[in-house]
Design a protein around this ligand. Structure first.
Ligand code: SF4
Length: 261
């Protein structure tokens, strides 16, 4: 029977690297907890910003999206001022907003969507708008987005890794950027790491589907379970919390007489 390929994004890869069991809970058991209102608000703001930048790239009017949203207006104006060579629509660059790319990898389909792709001469520049209030200070170099986005482009185009770059723009009232170059050594390292991670995923998925063996849990020593929403389900509640729970029962439950109904 034909099974469609399983889509794997940078988000899936980051999650797998954090904890395979968490991937199982969210994507196979569909147990993700609902998004909190403040996260929802931030996601909605991010979507509006991305939509607006896409409309702008297509030369469509954006005023309607800006009406009544002074913060969005300010953020776009600040970005235009801070990155004129990126947002300038005139010139001979080839450019496309929300550019999708896919790469087949065995039973998986690696997917990326570039917020903006600019081809300038013999260079391919990927841009990503980050709409978090606080730009992450560390860890972006090892993040799967930074690794997967250039990897897919190098595998699906004539550009060599050295001709590709990825720049994050952290938007807001004072936009900041962080640019990552790319090279053949990083490309081959990413290929090896993808092979390793997706082989592990394939084996864990087969065990889960045929023998109902759960995905492996992250080692306790990594100390990340106490912050995870699945800690109770995984029986990884920190010991001091267990003690508090137990302490709430001053008498043995066995000693309480059953009340007839
Ligand atoms: S509680 Fe720990 S083992 Fe369970 S899903 Fe979360 S991180 Fe993974």
């Amino acid at each position: 029977m034909f099974s469609p390929p399983i889509r794997i994004s940078q988000g899936h890869l980051n999650l797998l690297e954090t904890c395979f069991r968490k991937y199982q809970h969210i994507y196979l058991d569909r147990l993700a907890s609902p998004i909190e209102p403040n996260q929802q608000e931030s996601l909605a703001w991010g979507s509006q910003f991305h939509l607006l930048m896409q409309q702008r790239e297509l030369g469509l009017p954006v005023q309607i999206l800006l009406q009544g949203n002074a913060e969005l207006d300010r953020s776009v104006s600040s970005l235009v001022q801070a990155a004129p060579d990126v947002v300038n629509l005139e010139g001979s660059d080839e450019r496309e907003a929300e550019h999708p790319r896919t790469l087949t990898w065995g039973r998986y389909l690696l997917v990326a969507i570039y917020d903006l792709l600019i081809i300038r001469g013999d260079r391919a520049q990927i841009f990503d708008w980050k709409t978090h209030r606080q730009p992450p200070k560390r860890g972006l170099a090892g993040n799967w987005q930074t690794r997967l986005y250039p990897f897919i482009l190098a595998e699906t185009s004539d550009f060599t890794p050295e001709q590709i770059s990825l720049t994050y723009w952290f938007v807001g009232s004072s936009p900041q950027s962080l640019k990552f170059g790319y090279n053949t050594i990083q490309h081959e390292q990413t290929r090896n790491d993808l092979t390793h991670l997706l082989t592990q995923l394939q084996e864990a998925s087969d065990r889960y589907q045929t023998d109902h063996i759960p995905f492996p849990q992250v080692p306790r020593a990594k100390n990340i379970c106490s912050l995870c929403e699945f800690a109770a389900r995984c029986q990884r509640i920190p010991e001091n919390k267990e003690k508090i729970k137990t302490f709430n029962f001053p008498v043995s439950l066995d000693s309480i007489e059953e009340v007839p109904l």
